[in-house]
Design a protein around this ligand. Structure first.
Ligand code: PMP
Length: 384
């Protein structure tokens, strides 16, 4: 029998999920073969516990935190919800470009929640933040939630500056660092960040694992899930040992790659230069801004992103339109809208995101597909 040869695919959607790293897979296979519960005192239990604690050290190492401050969760969504639901906060503010897991968790609080505006570069308006901090002083302990880098545009927030402003007003800062981890240096021992969110599958670990890292002034008090005393009573439920093992291994690899982000940045520069030569109407979102080296958000006014994503998929290239669609449904990008970008940009933005396994050949194939897709798309637009 002749085996069908699968056509080569080019995966450029790392901000949605990065492919599993070999090291993570290996660590998971070892963990899957263990039979113990990490809370059990017998030898089998102790082996499982050792795996969880080794992973805790690896994840802490990624952000220069103490391992005891890492609380494992089922992912970043749970981590964000846990932080934002802490009952002691009298008021919560989140930027308008946060991930829905932050925005929806904040809205669920119902009372005293404010959405901070961003400017047309996607940067949080520091004046509005300061006004909010002054105006809510009487409300007791307050929480500000600002992401390190945006999942759609890659735009990096001035976290140091934000952290200083928040500290000066004696509030707490939560940073969703899901997209920044492994791509920028994160040092929790240096920054006054109270809580940091991480996700395993964005750095080459498995889905379904994440963490809250408690930093300076960040003490979790209210678990979202209650029951057993796992994770220092901060997150009940038997640990996802294999998931955590894979997360730990991926965190260690990602920590080693932060310094070499320039490799991806060079690939992105090549894409930007060649794309804009082929499609002079293309608009690079966040150009000139401090952006993640792996992310390119580019709009093609008059095109429809959803149609282009399908065309690229058929041409063997996986990329996404604006944010990752949820349940197969592509929603309008609240991020691009919050930046005040016009309709033409919002509906035509594509996201190309690279990572640890992306090669020059992947970019050759992307550019080849781009040329083909654009010819057909232009023809379609002329007929329509
Ligand atoms: N925050 C950001 C910035 C993200 O990009 C994502 C994933 N798209 C999440 C939170 C949610 O992560 P998880 O899938 O681990 O729940």
């Amino acid at each position: 029998m002749i085996a069908a040869v699968e056509p080569k695919r080019t995966y450029l959607d790392y901000n949605a999920t990065a492919p599993l790293r070999a090291e993570a897979r290996e660590a998971m296979l070892v963990a899957l073969d263990l039979s113990g519960n990490p809370s059990s005192v017998h030898a089998e239990g102790r082996k499982a516990r050792a795996i969880v604690e080794a992973a805790r050290r690896q994840v802490a190492g990624l952000v220069n935190a103490a391992p005891k401050n890492v609380v494992f969760t089922s992912g970043a969504t749970e981590a964000n919800k846990t932080v934002i639901s802490q009952v002691r906060f009298g008021a919560v503010a989140a930027s308008g470009v946060e991930h829905p897991s932050v925005l929806e968790a904040a809205r669920k609080r119902g009372e005293a929640v404010s959405i901070l505006p961003v400017d047309n570069r996607g940067i949080v308006d520091l004046g509005a933040l300061e006004d909010w901090l002054v105006g809510t002083q009487h409300l007791g302990e307050r929480l500000v939630s600002v992401q390190w880098a945006n999942n759609e545009t890659g735009v990096i927030q001035p976290i140091d500056e934000i952290a200083q402003v928040v500290r000066a007003h004696e509030a707490r800062l939560h940073v969703d660092a899901v997209q920044a981890a492994g791509r920028v240096t994160i040092d929790l021992s240096a920054d006054p960040i109270a809580f940091l969110t991480l996700s395993s599958h964005k750095i080459g670990g498995p889905h379904g694992a994440g963490a809250i890292v408690q930093g300076c002034g960040g003490e979790l008090k209210d678990p979202l899930l209650v029951g057993g005393g796992q994770e220092s009573r901060l997150r009940a439920g038997t640990e996802n040992v294999a998931g955590i093992a894979g997360f730990g291994a991926a965190a260690e690899c990602a920590a080693g790659e932060v310094q070499s982000i320039g490799r991806l940045e060079a690939l992105r520069q090549r894409i930007e230069a060649e794309l804009t030569a082929m499609s002079p109407e293309a608009v690079v979102i966040g150009k000139g801004q401090s952006r993640l080296g792996n992310t390119l958000s580019v709009a093609l006014p008059r095109a429809r992103a959803e149609t282009l994503v399908i065309a690229f998929d058929l041409a063997g290239v996986a990329l996404s339109s604006g944010s990752a669609c949820s349940s197969g449904k592509v929603a309008r990008s609240h991020v691009l809208e919050a930046m005040g970008l016009g309709e033409q940009i919002v509906q035509s933005a594509l996201r190309i995101s690279m990572g640890w396994a992306t090669t020059n050949e992947d970019i050759d194939r992307l550019l080849e597909a781009w040329s083909k897709v654009m010819k057909t798309d232009r023809a379609a637009r002329q007929v329509a």
